[in-house]
Structure formats: C-alpha cells, structure tokens
Design a protein around this ligand. Structure first.
Ligand code: GTP
Length: 597
C-alpha cells in the first residue's frame, strides 16, 4: 500500500469510556466483519478481560475504508492495554502509530488513565483527535467535558466529534477525521528492513505470533530476520494482517502493521520494543527506547492443598508461555511448603495472573504479601536486590536500604479530596501538586511503592465511593529507615508473614497484625503467643488463650452420631488451614492479617 493511503492510530481512553465499543463500530461501519459475525467486543479476546472490563493484550485490526474523497485507505488500529501496569507496552504501541483518538465519556469527563495515556500519545508526537462518546446518555454534557479536556490536557476540543458508539452516531465523522486529520506514515521501501516488535503472544497452532510495524524496507515470507536486542535469527514462515481474524499476505511494506510467525517457541524470546532487521546487511541502528520487562511487585503463590503443587507448576509454565513480563522461581516456605515466588509489572497484573490460575486451572492459592524490590546496600559496598523480605541479609552486614518511589496522579471529586489527602499522608506521601478543574481536584503525590502495593487501591476506592481514579509511574529509589518485621506464632517465625516496614510505623503495624491474627487463628488446646519482632526485639504481643476442653468432650457418653458430625466439621475446617509447628493457621489469615485499615 502507498504510504499516503495508510493511517495508523490507537485509541486512548479511561476504562469503560467506550474504547472497545468504538473500535467495534469502526470495524462494523467499514464492513470489515459481516454484521452477523460481529461478536460483542471483538478486540477484547480473553474472557477474563471482558469480565473485568480491562484490555491486557494489545490487539490490532486492519480496516479498508473508502473515504468521502473517493480514495481507498488502509486504517490500522492498534489497541493498547488500558492499565498503568503496562505503561511500557503502551508507550511502545504508541510509537508504532502516528495518531490517537482520545475518547472521553461525555457523561463522566477526564480520568487519571485518560491523562496517563494521552501523555504517552503526546510523547510519541501523535496528532490527537478528541472524541466525546456516549452522547446518547441523558447525563452527557459535551460543552463541560470539552472545556475540561482543554483545561486539563491542553488540547483544542471545541470541535471534538460527538459520538455514540452505542447508536452509531458520529462514526462516519470519526472515520473521516482519521483520514483527514491524522498524518500518513513515512518510510523508505528500498532500505534494509527496520521493523518494531510491538507485541507478541503464544498461539498453540502457530507458536509465537509477533505483531510488527514496518518502519523501512519490506518484510517477506521466507526471509531470514534478526532480532537486534539478543541477536537471534529466525526464518519467517508466515506474514499477514488482522481483519480482525488472521489473513496471510506476501509482503508488508513501510508504514504497514501486521504479524509474522517464525517457529518461535516462547514469548520470552520476543521482546516488546525490539528492532527486527535482515540477518545480513541489516539496518545500522536499532530503534531507541528499548527496555526489557522489569517486574516491580513480587509475591509468593502457594497451593492451599500441597498436593496441587505440580498442577500449579503446570499452570504457571503455561501462563508464562504467553506473558514474558511475568517471572517466577520455586520457593519453599516453612509455613506454606512448596510454591513460587512470582514477579509482576504491578498489582493488577498480579491479580490477573492469580485469578487465571484459580479459575482456569482450578487451584486454590495462598498469596503472600506483595513486596516491592528493595535495594540493599551492604557494608562491603555491593548492592543486592531484595525480592522477598524472608531473604533479608543479616543486619550487621547491611549499610542502608533504598525503596522504590512513584509519582501518583489522583483525580477526585472535591468532596472526597480531604480523605484522599489524608490517605496519601498516612502512606508517607509527599504532595507535589494540587490543582482544580471544575468540581474535580487533581492531586500529584510522591509515594513509596511499598505503601501502595497492598491495599491502596481498595482504600482509595472505599474512601471516595469509587469516584477517584488513580495512575502511577515509577520514579526512583530513595533511602529510608526500613526494617524487616517478623511475626512469631507460638515462638516460631512465620516467614510468609514477614514484611518490610518503615521504622516509624512498625509499632502500629505490628500491633495491628498481632491483634488481627489473634482473631484469625482459632483457639487450640494450649496457649499461643503471637508476636511481632524487629531483629530480636518484640514490639507487639498478644496471647491466644487455650481452649478449656476438647470440643467433643461434652459428647462423651452421649449421641455418637453427633460426635461424628462434629469431628467431620472439624476436619472440613482443617482443609483450609495450614499446620505450622503445632498451630493451625487458616488460609485467610495470610491475606487478612496484612490488610491495614
Ligand atoms: P476497557 O476495554 O475496559 O478499557 O473499556 P472500554 O473503554 O473499551 O469500554 P467499553 O467499550 O467496554 O464500554 C464500556 C461500557 O460503556 C459498555 O457497557 C458499553 O456498552 C458502554 N458504552 C460504550 N459506548 C457507549 C455509548 O456511546 N453510549 C452508551 N450509552 N453506552 C456506551
């Protein structure tokens, strides 16, 4: 296809503002899919994504469109993941296109994710077409939202296209705007191949499918190509495009977006942002900005039933085939037995993986407290990365610790602002900015990531009744007074409950933990001390008193069937317990004890 007839774009939106519905409409309006084949939300291919209303895997579709000027155009839409955890993937997808549709729900207004993603689009020098969606809703207020877009984002929005992705109103105008307002790509056909690896995923028939954007040169079937980040060579078996189902073609030229397969076994061998070129006489320089995926949040996943360990290994192996950003290694815990220490791009990523294991593989899991990666500077001048509080080196060798910080942007209706500021303060946040746009406030905070990983989202949602939106990016590592707090149950440390905390908060956290555990652990036949300690020093202590007598004792001599029932009931209760030393700790204790409120 001629460069002047190509338009490449993505859609930027906050969750639920209608990105998928709009994409579906564009596909439908251009007849790319016959009406009756049209499944709701074609682009969100995974069930779990649909259920949770989030888009994780980037997807793409090629649309043929005959514009009002009578010319035939090829429109390539790249669907970007909508969540903060995937910021790097979003930034790469944005580099693969020249423009964005900025979709804002005209009954809601601009949200934190709209902002985060629109900044990625601006960084990629996109031409941005503002679209006000859901104009069929009675609460739609286009003037107010257009003004807000101008105030908060700083782009002209008075002429924004008014759309209802539901009724189809404004869809034709949107297609015309894509053709007239977005620039055509540039590139040189008779140059060495230079293509960007935008995304990849595993397909059980074809192996790894690689989504590419051609910058210069041509990609042809049968070619030998090189992935520049790791110098691996591959023979291209197949190339094609998505309409949105796969269609094979012979050549992809400059400006085009499509896929290749090359008998690649693992998604891990294909890195988002990598440059693909010819194996010989390839392009001189790789595209800039490439970076390998870096997990930032770690936690342990253990099967509730230790007999399911092998099943868990199988599930994790399968998931990892399709998710290069997820890392894992085996872990043994005295409290929880065999499991895996897993690394994720963020909290949502963690939740998605955990849910898939539980639902698709039917394995009940115990998830230990998420932990960030600390930098531990040793006395001898070396630095070790600490992924698991249980591995904290002996303090006599440690010089100091640094923790990751984030810049968090929170958008919230005025009436909840006070609660949000308090929450951020409580989590050791430093206010960087506070601005107002209409009846909403935007607070920017510098926060330690470790104060956010556990239940910040939940707290934020609950103090704002769901009206706040939140987005963050990692900034840097900074030193602070951090210590490892251990929890001892019946005088034995429970490794899965140890955590890193700020020294000033350790006493309060320790007290809260032991009080909670006292409620969560059932009484036994003996007294159980529950303690929180830093180093050898106990900072909080509770004692769970002993049961007076055997629960079945009162049945002696009585009704035998009643006694059996009681024992059965106890056994059932046990299934969800983990025996630790002589003490049974229920599964939910590991999660609940770590929630702070
Ligand atoms: P993610 O994929 O989770 O990022 O969400 P999304 O932005 O793709 O939103 P989606 O298209 O799933 O739409 C969210 C909800 O809004 C769905 O229930 C849609 O049916 C509804 N919706 C989308 N567009 C319109 C519209 O123009 N009018 C009305 N009334 N509802 C709409």
């Amino acid at each position: 296809t001629e460069l002047s007839k190509i338009r490449n774009f993505s859609i930027v939106a906050h969750i639920d503002h209608g990105k998928s519905t709009l994409a579906d409409r564009l596909i439908q309006e251009t007849g790319t899919v016959a009406g009756r084949d049209m499944k709701a939300q074609l682009l969100d291919s995974m069930d779990i994504e649909r259920e949770r209303g989030i888009t994780i895997k980037a997807n793409t579709v090629r649309i043929d469109y005959t514009a009002d000027d009578g010319q035939n155009y090829v429109l390539n839409l790249i669907d970007t993941p909508g969540h903060v955890d995937f910021a790097y993937e979003v930034s790469r997808s944005m580099r693969a296109v020249e423009g964005s549709l900025l979709v804002v729900d005209s009954s809601q207004g601009v949200e934190a994710q709209t902002l985060a993603n629109v900044y990625h689009a601006m960084e990629a020098d996109h031409e941005i077409v503002p679209i006000l969606n859901k104009i069929d809703l009675p609460a739609s207020d286009c003037d107010r939202v257009a003004e807000q877009i101008e105030d908060v984002i700083g782009i002209e929005a008075t002429g924004a296209i008014q759309v209802s992705a539901k009724t189809g109103q404004g869809i034709h105008e949107t297609l015309e705007a894509i053709v007239t307002d977005l620039p055509a790509p540039t590139g040189t056909r008779d140059a060495p191949l230079k293509a960007m690896l935008v995304d990849s995923w595993y397909d059980s028939y074809l192996g790894v499918i690689v989504l590419v954007r051609i910058i210069d040169g041509e990609l042809k079937k049968g070619m030998r190509v090189k992935f520049m980040s790791n110098d691996t060579l591959h023979s291209v078996d197949r190339i094609g495009v998505f309409r949105p189902e796969m269609e094979t073609i012979d050549v992809l030229g400059p400006g085009e977006i499509g896929f290749l397969t090359a008998s690649i076994k693992q998604v891990r061998d294909t890195r988002v942002g990598d440059t693909i070129t010819n194996d010989r006489q390839g392009c001189e320089t790789a595209l800039d900005g490439f970076k390998p995926a870096q997990p930032v949040v770690f936690c342990g996943l253990f099967p509730v039933d230790s007999a399911e360990f092998e099943d868990l290994r199988g599930a994790i192996d399968k998931l990892a085939l399709n998710d290069a950003s997820f890392t894992f290694e085996m872990e043994t815990s005295a409290a929880l037995g065999f499991g895996f220490r897993c690394g994720f791009l963020g909290l949502l990523h963690l939740e998605v993986v955990r849910d898939r294991i539980e639902r698709e593989y039917n394995i009940d899991l115990i998830t230990t407290a998420p932990s960030v990666v600390y930098h531990v500077y040793m006395r001898d001048g070396t630095m070790v990365e600490l992924h698991n509080p249980a591995d904290m080196p002996d303090l006599t060798h440690v010089d100091h610790l640094e923790e990751p910080r984030i810049k968090a942007t929170i958008l919230v209706p005025d009436e909840y602002l006070g609660d949000v500021l308090k929450l951020c303060q409580d989590r050791r946040g430093l206010q960087m900015d506070l601005t107002y746009a209409g009846s909403r406030a935007m607070a920017v905070y510098d926060l330690p990531l470790n104060e956010v990983v556990f239940d910040f989202y939940d707290r934020l949602k609950s103090v704002t009744k769901g009206y706040a939106s939140f987005d963050y990016q990692m900034t840097d590592y900074r030193e602070d007074n951090l210590v490892k707090m251990s929890i001892l149950v019946n005088d034995e440390p429970v490794d899965a409950l140890s955590m890193m905390v700020h020294r000033d908060r350790a006493d309060a956290r320790g007290r809260a933990m032991v009080e909670k555990l006292k409620d969560l652990i059932p009484r036994h036949m003996f007294k159980i001390p529950i303690q929180a300690a830093i180093g050898g020093k106990v900072i909080a202590r509770e004692t769970l008193s002993a049961l007076r007598k055997d629960v079945t004792a009162k049945c002696y001599g009585g009704d035998a069937s009643r006694k059996r029932k009681l024992l059965d009931k106890q056994k059932k209760g046990k299934k969800k317990m983990r025996q630790f030393g002589k003490v049974d700790i229920p599964q939910e204790a590991f999660i609940s004890a770590l929630k702070m409120d």
